[in-house]
Design a protein around this ligand. Sequence first.
Ligand code: GLU
Length: 469
Amino acid sequence: MKNIKTRFAPSPTGLLHIGSIRTALYSWLFSRHNQGEFILRIEDTDLERSTEKNIQMIIDTMNWLGLNWDKGPFYQTTRFERYNDIIKQMLKAGTAYRCYCSKRRLEEIRKQQILSNKKPRYDGYCRDKTINYNLEESFVVRFRNPKKGSVVFNDKIHGMIKFLNQELDDLIICRSDGFPTYNFCVVIDDWDMEITHVIRGEEHINNTPRQINILKALNAPLPEYAHVPLVFDDGGKKLSKRYNSTNIMQYRDDGFLPQAILNHLVRLGWSHGNQEIFSIDEMKKYFTLDCINKSSCSFNFNKLLWLNHFYINNLPTEEVATHLKWYLQRQNIDFNNGPKLIELIHLLGHRCKTLKEIAESCHYFYKDFDEFNDSVKKYLNNTSSEYLKVIKDELNMINDWTVKNIMEAITNSTIKLKINIGKIGMPLRIAITGVYKSPSLDVTIYAIGKSRTIFRIEKALTYIKENIE
Ligand code: GLU
């Protein structure tokens, strides 16, 4: 069997949204499953709307998600010579022709067709003319689409799809400014790059018969086609319209792990039994096109959160730490002076759904705070001052700073004070963290370290003395 070759061919005219990335993932997985090749092709022929920034965003997103490509990125803008050569050949062979119809004429026939309830399409006026036009006159090049018969292809997801040739226009393949058109470039690229499987969004189904006809006219082999259904948001709206989903990198900035995104995306429209959690290796192992659903599917933000929480706690901690490191650096959080990131993930991972939440809750491990905010002040009073003095002494006596010894020091303090642990817990937590939510006290105190803990209790005592007494 021929070596499988797939491609992801985004147009850099906007941000990459979930639907496009899901297409990229399916295309990538299909090549990986079959030990084939995966190509990245940037379809930048729309010179006005394509930007460098969008191209960089595509590359960054693919890299971040680990969707590596074997060849490319290829840029269509570097291939104009090749496209124009083929257009010349087609004109010579008669599979394409020059069309000199003016805009006004085209508008006129369009109007007439609409009035008589016909589908607006080019009427073939220049198709069989052999007039010697003035070479100065502007023209487009149209593909000579067969008039009779039909185009049938067996879509790997939708099954047999048939279009009648009489429904198809003589497509413009080169515009009057000399630039080849999108549908034409795609055909030449897929041919030259020997793509065996075109996996792309469902919105391209209507392009496929046109592209097949051009390939046939060129005697080029036909690839297989798989058109993946659209992705909707929870409310059934098309995803690309929504702000937070138009930019996949927004999820990185919101503290999601690539693994969680990929797991959610792979399950949007593809299944393997009832399995919900897939490692990348499992995705590669199980992915086939026949298990993709025909119907569209919905992106579910809560499910993504659930998966992210799962992966924060179940991926190798070193891997999560790499992402967390990037995240904390970006937030200017200096994490060198405190618990190691691996320790931090063990401390906070089970209570956080995103890296953002970890970043927001980890400050007290690394940085002293100068003030108590209003919501916690009520826990700092004369009674708690008495408790804090006792616990400070107990903690100070610890020589071997272990979680067990810290717990023992807390218990000893409650015995000395003849109170239960509930009374001492909150003031102590506020004194050392400044907030009233943290992992359990013993591990928190352990991670903060002895000198810092004592220093902070002293600071709380001074605060009470200066503000309460
Ligand atoms: N460039 C097209 C897009 O971004 C994809 C074309 C294709 O996959 O054939 O929608």
